[in-house]
Design a protein around this ligand. Sequence first.
Ligand SMILES: Cc1ncc(COP(=O)(O)O)c(C=O)c1O
Length: 390
Amino acid sequence: MVKDTIDPLTLQYEFARRYFQEFLSSREHLTLHLKPSRTPVLLLDLQGIKSRYLEIKYHFPQFRVYYAVKANDHLEVLKLLADLGSGFEVASSEELRRVMSLGVKPERVISSNPIKPLEFIDYAYGQGVNRFVVDSFTEVDKLSRVAPRSRVYVRLVVPNEGSDWPLSKKFGVDVDTALEVLLYAQDKGLVPYGLTFHVGSQCNNFRNWLIGIKKASELWQKAKLKGLRLQMLNIGGGLPVKYTYEALRIEDIAYYVRGLLQKFMPSLPHELQIEPGRGVVGDQGLMVCRVIGKAKRGEENWLYIDTGVFNGLAEALGGIRYPFYVEREGELREWTVGGVSCDSMDVVARKVALPEPEVGDYLYILSSGAYTTVYAAEFNGFSKPEVRAL
Ligand SMILES: Cc1ncc(COP(=O)(O)O)c(C=O)c1O
């Protein structure tokens, strides 16, 4: 008899298995590193990161790319992007130091962190960085004191629905407040330079870009009527990558954004910026870890691995679902994947389809290039993953 439905466990695991095989088929140089003697290890494919960066450049030709360093600040990644001519978006003195240690000039750096420590502003300004985001009057006051005459761009709030990692609640202002902030900045001797928004990280909803660009256009016109000559529009990050589902394609987002700009901002801003993080590195990382234990608790099958939410997989707490793969055959079961620490919050995923592994087996976590090692701590004394950029 022919089955007319595919069992959801098979569907899920087949997706991960195919993804694993496809990922490695074009990355032979990583295969030598699939069984390291110590785990966890994050393998990063530098050639893949280069391709992603060039793909974004290709589809957003009018935009200057500022890589969001927070996504992955590994020096090899930063060096690669610096050599390719990328700009950088930094939030802290340490991120700036890392970028500048590679010889990157301050003109290639912006800071889109809306609430910045004074020490950071002071340090960045002293190094020659002079473009900062604002979304409050207090931030304008701080900048006018510590970074006089610098250029400021204001962050608008936009919906983050359909983004796996929403960012809209903490930052951003409405159009009228944004205008007031820019006018206030001008009064304080700063240069109103432009505006930005963030559609939410891992954004799979075109509508967020629609609202963002509509609001940007409204602010642009209102600013003009007040005599402000804005130059720059920054559309933030949000470009999604594949996790347990296929994400929107960069070329489709770029096509859509181009159409929106033609419609709502026909005389294009002098400068267009995009600051992707996840979209550059997210699907270019493979975390190699090992199974350290198994247990049956009630009806639940638990699998424990030697990494967790405190040392690399923090985003699992907030909605990112990684694909998992083990080199075993056999009947699929549904697993709850627990992290290495003693904390009961340290659960990496639930309802994961996998054939049963043994303790000591390698377990592979795909799409783990962004927001993993940068978040990692050494809670309970467990090490952060070693990073191998290859
Ligand atoms: C201000 C800013 N820009 C850019 C990014 C990068 O976003 P993504 O990784 O979604 O591309 C972030 C992410 O938190 C951000 O806060």
